[in-house]
Design a protein around this ligand. Structure first.
Ligand code: 26V
Length: 802
């Protein structure tokens, strides 16, 4: 390949000429990007084969992360940096008069996910490879990522995300590894010559699943894992009872886009198809490669772990049962023993509307054999429940997989896995004491916590080179490999010179963000103002509306009382709303309307600005998180399973302004109350208050609330007084489900505390440095090590230097 700059330049030039028949000078930037990408992929490819051979030779156990989402973002910089060839390539390109930054900007984000759950999967892949652990991803090759968000007249408009226009330079199509997945049809039962019952899925529609593999390279290691993305194509066995064009059209829909969550009933069948498509293909390809190394599937549980990322891939449980029984003739008990040894499930939400349930009729028609197996799992499980708790009749109903004409996927997940974990301690406590309480009584040993993490490589080292440099100089480079070492920074937090250096770096990052805001929003923001950022999916429970109400209060106060001043503050939002989530879209409109009025009002705009950055994505986050002074983590306590944005802000030296929810609790435990600002009701207080809550009490008793809420319908923010009526009604007539009004006073006080603390620049810098120093725990390397040790039981595979 290439070992030095000169070799790189030669190889690059040669490939441009060979691929495109042009000289480097005449080549188009996209051609340069493609060639560079191919070279990097081939560079990684050398170790890919070695890794596979080593795993087979060592008979190492492997993990497969089954996830409907991998929110990867861009890979060029990440791969170059992880491979340790960034400088070499940058300098080589410079010799050819090519700016690497320009090529970096040409890459589309691989936006194969909705939010935190998909980004977590991407961080996990990076940590697995960096820790040299054999762990692979299994997902769908969506033709379009999550929609691109445009803001038109303040409203969200969804535009298709055509991430594959240039092709995906990182992937390798593997037609030889294709498998067929079967839908519809029916099951025939007969006895074979030995009198054994045989189940045959007949008249099924066959769809070919073709894998596209992407190498996953770690930092400072040659171990190279695989992210396998499945794409649907026509099978050799084409349906005889369906028009071929209809067949093609239907199968193309399977991989058309990332499902933008479940707010509507539309496309439920399609979603179910997507789920079965990628888990069936994934299970089959795992079995195939297992049998290439071992003569039997008896040891599958010792050699393979499958982690189910939420309930979306849970059909992998009945699918593995089906393959073991119908294709390899295992009896039920043996198949069940293997399946439960392989499977582990992570829960990512306790919100009942987000817990998947499928109408039995759909599953029965689309996946007839799978449904039979689910029925049998349910039957045997309920028998066990009755035996263990003979005197608790309603227990069986509460835990049943099949009830009320629906398949309850979370119950299936818990029953069919040997491990069930939550994603932050508080969330796991709620799972154990509440959502899965009955299951805990049945299987006390299954439940455990794995607090989320983020890859500090992407989120600190690569996206904040200024801070990285300061840390390198101050505490050495060890923290780049083991983030726990970042705690060494504690020795310097009192040093005024270091505090100033940090503030200077933060200022540089704020200038970079200001430039992006100017480009994307056309608004000038002042890097000397406080950057107060809330960036996450738009959901009622995340309470962007509480943030907006507080801004309204500040605006009204400034207008009423000219002597009222604050340290200039820029409130920055970034959020996508599900296309059919009407309330969330209204909140986006409201935030944009606040910006419109406030930013153009000379009476307030030197102290207050509001900006909404469109199209929140991994690439935007890389610029946004490290420029923040304040990190808004304000969900109603108990509702945010963990959050991972909170960790990205913290690691880059922002102060959390948050409720005691999700991983905020663990951030707070580490940094201490003086270095974050915690407000609002606790989980227990929420439960208590919910018994008797009346939003009108807060409206009537707090003048600030009344004024802010009234402004939603009095024309302050929109000519049409009905524009925000939905929001008003949600708060007042639907009784404020997420308790915004109850937390308003303490939220306002928390902001006042932020203002006080920010005034003392040295103390503020010290608090931010403490946040950075204490962020070691939130590296996904720590999370992955815990999964590896406690759930998967996998060990590093070391590829030797040649
Ligand atoms: C989905 C939906 C869909 C219907 C409307 C309400 C609703 C609410 C939440 C969800 C999210 C489902 C799963 C999910 O993405 N959970 C997120 O997982 C992250 C990684 O563990 C975690 O940091 C976030 O707190 C959690 O919300």
């Amino acid at each position: 390949m290439f070992n030095n700059k000169q070799e790189f330049v030669e190889e690059f030039t040669k490939r441009i000429e060979e691929n495109y028949g042009r000289s480097v000078e005449q080549s188009h930037p996209t051609e340069r990007f493609m060639v560079l990408g191919e070279m990097v992929r081939d560079f990684a490819g050398i170790h890919w084969k070695e890794t596979k051979e080593k795993i087979a030779a060592e008979e190492a156990k492997q993990m497969y992360y089954f996830s409907m989402e991998f929110l990867i973002g861009r890979l060029l910089t990440n791969n170059l940096m992880n491979l340790g060839i960034y400088e070499l390539v940058r300098d080589g390109l410079q010799d050819l008069d090519i700016d690497i930054n320009e090529l970096e900007d040409l890459e589309s984000d691989a936006g194969l996910g909705n939010g935190g759950l998909g980004r977590l999967a991407a961080c996990f892949l990076d940590s697995l490879a960096s820790l040299q652990l054999p762990g692979n991803g299994n997902c769908i090759r969506y033709q379009y990522g999550l929609f691109r968000q445009k803001i038109e007249n303040g409203y969200q408009v969804e535009v298709p995300d055509q991430w594959l226009t240039l092709g995906n330079v990182w992937e390798v199509r593997k037609p030889k590894s294709a498998v067929d997945v079967k839908f519809w049809g029916h099951v025939e039962m007969r006895k074979d010559e030995n009198g054994e019952l045989i189940f045959e899925h007949v008249d099924a529609e066959h769809i070919r699943a073709v894998p596209y593999d992407m190498p996953v390279v770690g930092h400072g290691t040659k171990e190279t894992n695989t992210l396998r993305l499945w794409s649907a194509e026509a099978s050799d066995i084409i349906p005889t009872n369906k028009d071929f064009r209809l067949y093609l059209q239907e199968l193309q829909e399977i991989c058309l886009n990332v499902y933008p969550d479940d707010s509507t009933d539309d496309g439920k069948i399609l979603r179910l198809k997507q789920q079965y498509f990628f888990v069936s293909a994934g299970v089959k390809s795992i079995i195939r490669s297992h049998l290439r190394v071992y003569p039997t599937l008896d040891n599958l549980g010792e050699k393979i772990a499958i982690q189910l990322n939420d309930t979306h891939p849970v059909l992998a449980i009945p699918e593995l049962m089906r393959v073991l029984m119908d294709e390899y003739h295992y009896d039920w008990d043996h198949a069940w023993e293997i399946t439960t040894a392989v499977m582990a499930y992570t829960n990512h939400t306790i919100l009942s509307e987000a817990l998947e349930k499928w109408p039995i009729a759909f599953v029965q028609r689309l996946l007839p054999r799978i449904y039979m197996i689910i029925e049998e799992i349910n039957r045997r499980f309920l028998k066990e429940v009755a035996e263990k708790f003979p005197y608790e009749r309603d227990m069986a109903y509460r835990v049943a997989i099949l009830k009320d004409d629906q398949v309850h996927m979370a119950s299936l997940a818990v029953v069919g896995s040997h491990s069930v974990n939550g994603v932050a301690q508080l969330h796991t406590d709620i799972l154990i004491n509440d959502l899965f309480h009955d299951f805990v009584r049945l299987y006390p040993d299954k439940f455990n916590n794995k607090t989320n993490g983020i890859t500090h490589r992407r989120w600190l080292l690569y996206s904040n080179p200024q801070l990285r440099k300061m840390l390198d100089e101050l505490i050495g480079e060890g923290f780049e490999y083991d983030l726990n070492e970042i705690e060494k920074l504690m020795d310097h937090v009192d040093d005024p010179a270091i505090q100033n250096q940090f503030l200077e770096i933060k200022h540089q990052r704020k200038e970079i963000l200001a430039k992006l805001v100017k480009e994307r929003c056309g608004v000038e923001i002042d890097p000397n103002s406080i950057y107060d950022v809330q960036a996450k999916r738009l959901h009622a429970y995340k309470r962007q509306l509480l943030n907006a109400l507080h801004i309204i209060y500040l605006y009204q106060r400034m207008k009423e009382d000219p002597s009222f001043t604050i340290t200039p503050t820029t409130f920055i939002f970034a959020a996508k709303a599900a296309p059919a989530y009407y309330f969330a879209k209204k909140v986006i409109k409201l935030i944009n309307s606040l910006g419109e009025v406030i930013n153009n009002d000379p009476a307030v705009n030197s102290m207050l600005k509001v900006v909404f950055i469109p199209n929140y994505s991994v690439s935007i986050a890389e610029v946004l998180m490290n420029a923040a002074d304040v990190s808004e983590q304000i969900s109603t306590a108990g509702k945010e399973a963990s959050g991972t944005g909170n960790m990205k802000f913290m690691m880059n030296g922002a102060m959390t302004l948050g409720t005691l929810d999700g991983a905020n609790v663990e951030i707070d435990e580490r940094v201490g109350r003086g270095n974050d600002v915690i407000f609002g009701l606790t989980v227990d207080q929420v439960t208590e208050l919910k018994k008797n809550y009346n939003a009108w009490d807060y409206y009537n008793e707090d003048e600030r609330i009344k004024k802010a809420v009234d402004s939603l319908v009095d024309g302050t923010w929109a000519e049409d007084h009905d524009e925000f009526k939905l929001i008003f009604d949600e708060l007042m007539y639907k009784n404020d489900e997420y308790l915004l009004l109850a937390d308003f006073a303490s939220y306002t006080a928390a902001h006042e505390e932020i203002q006080r603390r920010y005034a003392d620049r040295g103390q503020w810098a010290k608090a931010c440095l403490i946040n950075i120093a204490k962020s070691g725990y939130f590296s996904s390397d720590r999370t992955i090590q815990q999964y590896a040790d406690e759930i998967w039981h996998i060990s590093p595979v070391r590829i030797d230097d040649k």
